[in-house]
Design a protein around this ligand. Structure first.
Ligand code: AMP
Ligand code: ZN
Length: 125
């Protein structure tokens, strides 16, 4: 597995630090371009984040060249949801959330998708 290109990292970004191993995370999945890890403040029985290893700020910063990456992240979500204990569709399933910008509720400005699932009720997030 090749290391992410550090020229695509923001040294002040908490998720880039997780990618670089400078901040610990509970990993769910990793490949050359995608990392998934448990959210530190879960609001559901299953709650993990999927991020591109490359520092992309938000969906507003994606380009056509990222179409494959985004598709791969979305295709990965249901597989990882099952792996992490979500029950299958339709009785189980999961929620996929991607907050963008301040009014969109984005607190960490490195693109990430929340994958949440498991028996309800969930904490309000
Ligand atoms: P958002 O509001 O969409 O930007 O969500 C950022 C998420 O990152 C929140 O759910 C946080 O709990 C989560 N988070 C922040 N720092 C860490 C960390 N060090 N490890 C795992 N999750 C984190
Ligand atoms: Zn970053």
């Amino acid at each position: 597995m090749s290391a992410p290109d550090p020229s695509h990292a923001d040294p002040t970004c908490i998720f880039c630090k997780i990618v670089a191993g400078q901040i610990p995370s509970r990993k769910v999945y990793e490949d050359d371009e995608i990392l998934a890890f448990h959210d530190i403040h879960p609001i559901a029985p299953v709650h993990f984040l999927m991020i591109p290893k490359r520092h992309i700020v938000s969906m507003a910063h994606l380009t056509e060249a990222d179409a494959g990456l985004v598709a791969r992240m979305m295709l990965l979500a249901p597989k990882l949801a099952l792996q992490e204990g979500c029950e299958p569709y339709p009785q189980g399933g999961f929620r996929l959330v991607c907050n963008n910008g301040a009014q969109g509720g984005q607190e960490v400005h490195h693109l990430h998708m929340h994958v949440m699932g498991g028996p309800r009720p969930w904490r309000i997030g």
